[in-house]
Structures are given as structure tokens and as C-alpha cells.
Design a protein around this ligand. Sequence first.
Ligand SMILES: [Zn+2]
Length: 227
Amino acid sequence: MTPPPSRKDSETMDAEVREKIHLEILKRTGAYHANDHILLPSGQHTTEYIEKTLVTTEPSFTEGLGAVIAKHFAPWPIDVVVSTGPGALILSHCVARAHPSRPTVLYGTKGVSGGKRRVTLPVEFHRLIQPGTKVLVVDLVSSGATVRLLTELVESLGGKIVGVGALWRRTKRSDVDGKTIFSLVSRDFPTYAPETCPLCAKGMPLNREFVKRRDERKPSTAQEDDE
Ligand SMILES: [Zn+2]
């Protein structure tokens, strides 16, 4: 008979199973593509891709995923949920709806000025973040860059960051400046320069669909994809 797994092992296993389930949910929205040979906007090649625009198209899935994030942060009182951008607003709403503190929901807006990425909060929201306001930041697919800018902005208004929740964390680091990112999926996929791409070497056809779609979109919405 095999001994029962230790507590640590079963926790790790649970996390892996949960991650698989969440990945499967994202696959069903059509947002997650795997086992392909994909051209990225950066010119790099990869095997996996997530289309942010599609991740919140199934209301019941979004509600379920938002509830998981809310449950994780349930022990902490939260006054405000701030979305990193309009794209993450639907998920933010679902997180706020499921959180026992019944927080309000705000969103940041992303843009580029003077060649630098910027995140701002509509001025109407500023009075809702005051010294001591407890804030949960919510992002969809995060490499941490936008989260960092938004966190700095919230703290400059006196807000206290309780944590960061995301559907998908695309970085090995599990924290941004000491704030833990709780994500349903933590997965970064390798990207290759065309010269060293193993898929090119195998002669696999290159899928240019996502770069094409991105270029067809208005520049203002394309910025949401830049992270
Ligand atoms: Zn390639």
C-alpha cells in the first residue's frame, strides 16, 4: 500500500489540479491556444497564446473564476476592487460581487505617453481612494508591469494594497514589489527568436492570425494587449 501523501504534497497536488481545471475553462472560452506555432506581436514565436478579449465572454465561467479569487481574499476586508483596465473590469465586478466586504469597483485606464506606459484612474474615482482605503487589484493576464504602475498610483492616493488577483500570471515571480499575486493559472510559455525556433526547424507552418487580428484593431484597444 502506498502511504497517504503528506499535507505538503496534497496541497501542491490540489494546486496543480485546480490550475488544470482553470486552464480547461479558459480553453472552453476559445481564449487559450496551445500546441501551435504562433507569431507574437514582438516578432517572437511561441507554442501557446491567450486572447485576452475572449477570456470573459462566458458569464458563468467569469462568475465562477471571480468567486475563486474572492474566496482567496475573503479573510481580508476590502473597500475597493480596482481593475487594471476596462478589459479586466468584468472579472473585477465578479470578484467584488463575491467578496464578503461588498467592495466598490473602479477601473484604471492604460495608455502610452512620451513613449512610456502609463496607468491612470478617471478623476471621478480619486475621492473613492483615500488614506487607508483597502484595495484589491484585479488583472486578467498579468506579467506584473501594469499591476506595478496601478499599485504605485493607488499608494500615491494613500490606498493600502491588500493583494493582487489575476486569472493568469505570466511571470515566474509570485509577487510584485512584495505584494503577492494570487492567480488561477501561473504559466509562462517559452518564446523563441525565429532563428532559434525549434518549431521553425521542424518546418511547422507559422500561425500569423493573432498578429493580424491585433493590427486590425484600433490602436487604443491594441494597447490593452501590450503587456
Ligand atoms: Zn518558429
